[in-house]
Design a binder for this molecule. Structure first.
Ligand code: SAM
Ligand code: SF4
Length: 328
């Protein structure tokens, strides 16, 4: 019997963001500007078996969409085993992954065969030199080839993620529009979020998504109705034209009211909010199949305690040092 996962506000949770690693090979200026630094003494990432038990418990609570993220999930050697395990879990209907596009061109077919049906690929600029300056890697061409390979491999939903930065890439709106219309793709502009590590970057470069929304509306783009299990974006399209552009604006009023997602870190901690306090350990209940009822009860009880909203407007970004630590 499916018991729906809800919180004290009556919000229902059908979508889990599962981090596979906090390691990353890129150095995005808003996330890990100095690159990933290994911390000594941390526990190992969840094994494939632990991950399978975790997802089975969430699926028993009615959750049907899982997104693999990180850090960079493609760096996890067991990625394909994990993807196959999650995709084969009864009740899971959508398996998505967010990636910086590393080795996507050569691996897209394997991802599709392992059951990944949706990909979000981070592309913060369509200008090679700027892409290199933002990410620390001169790989725009490689990433765009990866997107083309993912389409050929039959991955149904492909979206570009682009972090909006005032004075860095906000002059590229027209190029992004031309790109999504030429390739009939969807793009998500994400407002820079303040984390514990990036307050000065945030103050300097944050640009409200509402500014981009106003420009889109002036160009004849119109908001679409929200789809079931959708992420937090308000999605726009130009009637009669291909392509979609979404805006993720966590600083907008009522952003948290439609929250439908939970997060689990690579080491098995449940994070009720991206900007919450430290995660709560689930790993202790992932050690055998006999623990499933206790695991389900713990997830359901913790979810009931989820706070109504983040405290970003009070300058409080919780315990998150950077989004690579719990998967954004
Ligand atoms: N490494 C993968 C990638 O970059 O796509 C997955 C992990 S990354 C943390 C997930 C998403 O969070 C990416 O689209 C990234 O651009 C976004 N992100 C990271 N830090 C951010 C920040 N401070 N504000 C807004 N978006 C951020
Ligand atoms: Fe790595 Fe993604 Fe963070 Fe960029 S945004 S540094 S690719 S985890």
């Amino acid at each position: 019997m499916i018991q729906p996962l809800t919180d004290g506000q009556g919000r229902r949770f059908e979508y889990l963001r599962l981090s596979l690693t906090d390691v990353c090979n890129f150095r995005c200026s808003y996330c890990l500007p100095d690159g990933y630094r290994r911390q000594e003494g941390l526990p190992a990432n969840l094994t494939v078996g632990e991950t399978g038990r975790l997802i089975a418990a969430f699926a028993r609570l009615g959750l049907w969409k899982v997104r693999l993220t990180g850090g960079e999930p493609s760096l996890r050697p067991e990625l394909l085993d994990i993807a196959r395990t999650v995709a084969a879990t009864p009740g899971i209907r959508t398996l998505a992954m967010t990636t910086n596009g590393y080795r996507l061109a050569e691996r897209a077919q394997d991802y599709a065969l392992a059951g990944i049906t949706a990909l979000n690929v981070s592309v913060d600029s369509l200008e090679p030199a700027r892409f290199a300056a933002i990410t620390g890697h001169d790989r725009l061409g490689e990433v765009l080839d990866g997107i083309a390979a993912a389409r050929l491999a039959g991955i149904r939903s492909i979206k570009l993620n682009s972090v909006l930065m005032r004075g860095i890439n906000d002059d590229e709106l027209e190029s992004f529009i031309a790109f999504v219309q030429r390739h009939d793709l969807a793009l998500r502009f994400i407002e820079v979020m303040r984390t514990n590590d990036n307050p000065a970057f945030f103050e300097r470069y944050h640009l409200a998504g509402a500014e981009i929304a106003a420009k889109l509306e002036a160009l004849g783009w119109r908001p679409l109705p929200r789809e079931a299990g959708a992420g937090p974006a308000v999605v726009y399209a130009q009637p009669g034209r291909p392509g979609q552009i979404g805006i993720i604006a966590p600083y907008a009023k009522d952003f948290c009211a439609s929250c439908n997602r939970l997060r689990v870190s690579a080491r098995g901690k449940l994070h009720l909010c991206l900007f919450g306090d430290h995660g709560i350990d689930l790993r202790v209940l992932l050690q055998s199949d006999d623990q499933q009822q206790d695991l389900i009860a713990r997830i359901a009880a913790l979810t009931l305690t989820k706070a109504p909203g983040h405290r970003l407007h009070q300058g409080d970004s919780g315990a998150t040092p950077h989004l690579a630590s719990i998967g954004g």
